[in-house]
Design a protein around this ligand. Sequence first.
Ligand SMILES: Nc1nc(=O)c2c([nH]1)NC[C@@H]1CN(c3ccc(C(=O)N[C@@H](CCC(=O)O)C(=O)O)cc3)C=[N+]21
Length: 359
Amino acid sequence: MAPSVMSDFSSSATARLLPFRYTVPIRAVQFQPSVSIPLTPLRSRSTLSRCCSSSAVAAVATNTDTFAKVIDGKLVSKQIKDEVAGEVASMKEAIGVVPGLAVILVGSRKDSQTYVRNKKKACEAVGIKSYEVNLPEDSTEEEVIKHILEFNNDPSVHGILVQLPLPRHMNEENILNAVNIEKDVDGFHPLNIGRLAMQGRDPLFVPCTPKGCMELLYRHGVEIKGKRAVVIGRSNIVGMPAALLLQKANATVSIVHSHTKNPEEVTRQADIVISAAGVANLVRGSWIKPGAVMIDVGINPVDDAESSRGYRLVGDVCYEEACTVASAITPVPGGVGPMTIAMLLSNTLESAKRIHNFK
Ligand SMILES: Nc1nc(=O)c2c([nH]1)NC[C@@H]1CN(c3ccc(C(=O)N[C@@H](CCC(=O)O)C(=O)O)cc3)C=[N+]21
């Protein structure tokens, strides 16, 4: 039997994905101490198959009594996409405006191409028009900025996304600064991030991945106010904005990073963990407070001869161990990843509504 899936989602329309006021207590589970677990991340295939193989997960998953609930990001993202599709349709009917998203991809990284293709598909599925520019790896910063400025001035474009990472010779800051903040659906412009960090100010857009994490917490009735939260990682696009959002939601927040002396001990204090470290199986069972809620942002490829791609994706959290300690957990894949795309669509719709003053 598969782990139980949390399904107490709100049916709220995209009423702009505000925090829900009600809470549904997450059932605490019995702590099963794990014995002498090394703190070093598990990287080798042999260790991985011992710790976090999918067959091990399936075997343990038959015991649903002591098992964390699975926070199904794929399901929630589907729900959000349906909500967005409904609003896109009514906007088109009412004022004849179709939201538009422009995506700029520089270079030919396979993973970036896949992400961009998935974003385009997701746009199509909800009725958002997508525009794509592909530039060669050796383009200049000026060429990229030229396209950004064109999209800034194009009234049919409501959101602009520059796929990251950019080629090494480009200055990311210069490029992201060129995006009109009114169309910055990624929320990466320093003005948007700055407003996110300030009391009493609100950004026009919140970065998609951390927003997706918060949305999963809200839609599963996880109480955040007054809780201890730990964010692992401090990147501009995930860790740092995630910590700011948790703080805005009145959690007491710590950030664990590569120079933290006692990451395990700090993480074990947390009622809510958002992990965005990019290290496969970094967070072991012993790092987790019994009953904690685990949001796993990591998407780490590990070799897997049995998979057709030759690899499979695992999170930062050792899923199989966490399942016996945490009260709820996001899987990888199927957790935060699909939410990132859903939030991008939601931000693009929000932008079109704001620009056209459509309520
Ligand atoms: N300007 C910019 N904005 C971004 O939002 C952005 C970016 N650059 N660069 C790369 C990262 C990564 N990212 C993901 C989006 C969806 C999944 C996703 O849907 N993953 C699925 C499937 C993964 C698979 O099977 O390949 C899952 O986790 O279930 C993952 C990762 C957006 N990013």
